[in-house]
Design a protein around this ligand. Structure first.
Ligand code: HAM
Length: 446
């Protein structure tokens, strides 16, 4: 018998014993959450500050698709990273393409830079992106499967001043958000010429001590030995303290680069800690790597931001040999910290006038009037679906509107409107044509 087309099979499956008739409730996917209206104030504020400062520091806004070819991340982020081995969300499209939800922005930004000819722009090219990233991690506070990043990339120059300027940008953002007590953890993990020599030394050190390592690190030893330095298991941390340190094996170029970055940070009086165990979990880094931690984060992996130099990534992704440096801020963690530290964000501007309508004729006119008042620059609110004056004035009172404008049947016919002072309760009827002028005059005199 010929097999049924798939759509028929699906219909049959869902008919009768159908799932869709069974009453059930739904929850957001594990590790993903709703951002409710009361939290939006924090998000809007953080994003606004980031966008303003990005512009002030000369960054241009770029948006890339949420899905990219999976190979872009395997190659860019690195095949032996946690992101690729455990965390990436991948799918095969109906047409057979292998795509992944972006787990970070950097490879996607470089893809866009190469694909759209941005490499012919005057350099450095400074780009920033804001949006969701996806990582299949074990969910906990500050670690989500869908989170948001603001990612900044400076492409085309090797000057250490740029590494420092990115850190300065982060502190400018945190200052505007009133976030204090943050520190930079910084390290230099060498380049293609000095790192392989160090790597060999490190593998040599661990070879005889392999049994003392956690299972994860035993596996990582061949593929990604630098990651052994930032393992959080006790045994591994103790061993790391005896391991050779990269700082003693940097070539002159990396050494000078590091020294210069630190001198710039000193000049800016930004607080930093030299952390020889900081290696970061992405394969593309060269030279400078850094993370920014809140004081509360000691001992826990909750960096607010992280980044570093990646001088080989553009070539790796098919471009010319072009240095670059960047970092990304975790917006969920910024918002979590603002709330933990009870930092108040001033609410949106409150509507100063509330439009009340009574009767069918007034209701008909009220939509147009609302739009005219809004366009004149007044902060206005209304509840068109309520019909009684009592209910509407109650709402006006609740949102602390300064004036209520009352439009009834009689007012429409007389081409007038009532202004009610919500503090004193005094009401006055004025010609409708003068309403904007009248309200603005009253607001100025209050
Ligand atoms: P990353 O350290 O993987 O770096 O992520 C940067 C920041 O994103 C972290 O410091 C953290 O605040 C936030 N973040 C990452 N994963 C999660 C999560 N599961 N839940 C909540 N927040 C999270 C990068 O992604 C690099 N692309 C940064 C970069 C840009 N390097 C150079 N240019």
């Amino acid at each position: 018998m010929p097999s049924k087309p798939k759509s028929c099979a699906l219909q049959e499956k869902t008919r009768g014993k159908s799932n869709y008739r069974i009453k059930r409730t739904f929850q957001s996917p594990k590790g993903m959450r709703d951002i409710l209206p009361e939290e939006q104030l924090y998000w809007e504020k953080a994003k606004q500050i980031i966008k303003n400062l990005a512009r002030a520091y000369g960054f241009e806004h770029l948006d890339t698709p949420i899905l990219e070819e999976t190979d872009l991340f395997i190659k860019g982020t690195g095949p032996a990273t946690d992101i690729i081995e455990k965390e990436i969300y991948s799918l095969k499209t109906k047409g057979g393409d292998q795509l992944s939800l972006r787990p970070e922005f950097t490879p996607a930004t470089i893809r866009a830079y190469l694909e759209n000819g941005l490499s012919s722009w005057p350099h450095p090219v400074k780009l920033y992106t804001i949006g969701p990233i996806f990582r299949y991690e074990r969910p906990q506070k500050g670690r989500y499967r869908q989170s948001e990043q603001a990612s900044f990339e400076i492409i085309g120059q090797q000057d250490p001043i740029l590494d420092a300027q990115l850190i300065q940008l982060f502190f400018a953002i945190s200052k505007e958000l009133s976030l204090k007590n943050l520190t930079v953890q910084i390290n230099n993990i060498g380049c293609l010429s000095c790192r392989p020599i160090y790597r060999k030394k490190l593998v040599g050190f661990y070879r005889n001590r392999k049994k003392q390592l956690c299972l994860n690190c035993q596996k990582r030893l061949q593929q990604n030995p630098l990651r052994l330095l930032d393992c959080k298991e006790n045994e591994c941390q103790q061993l790391a303290q005896e391991a050779p340190q990269i700082i003693d094996h940097l070539c002159d170029d990396c050494h000078n680069h590091f020294k210069n970055v630190l001198e710039f940070l000193d000049e800016l009086a930004l607080p930093y800690i030299l952390n020889p165990y900081l290696v970061r979990g992405l394969d593309y880094y060269t030279k400078t790597v850094f993370e920014i931690w809140p004081e509360e984060g000691r001992g826990r992996q909750i960096s607010l931001a992280g980044g570093g130099r990646y001088d080989n990534l553009i070539k790796l992704l098919g471009g010319k040999d072009t240095p670059a440096v960047g970092f990304a801020i975790g917006l969920d963690r910024i918002v979590d910290l603002l709330k933990t530290r009870d930092i108040k964000i001033s609410p949106r501007t409150r509507p100063v006038i509330f439009l009340v309508q009574l009767g069918d004729l007034a209701k008909k006119k009220s939509l147009k009037l609302f739009e005219e008042l809004r366009r004149s620059g007044l902060e206005i609110d209304s509840s068109f679906s309520r019909d009684t004056i009592k209910d509407q004035l109650k709402t006006a009172d609740k949102i602390k509107a300064r004036f209520a404008l009352i439009l009834g049947q009689k007012e429409v016919l007389d081409e007038a409107i009532i202004i009610r002072d919500m503090v004193s309760g005094v009401q006055e009827t004025v010609p409708l044509v003068n309403i904007t002028k009248e309200i603005k005059k009253r607001l100025r005199s209050k």
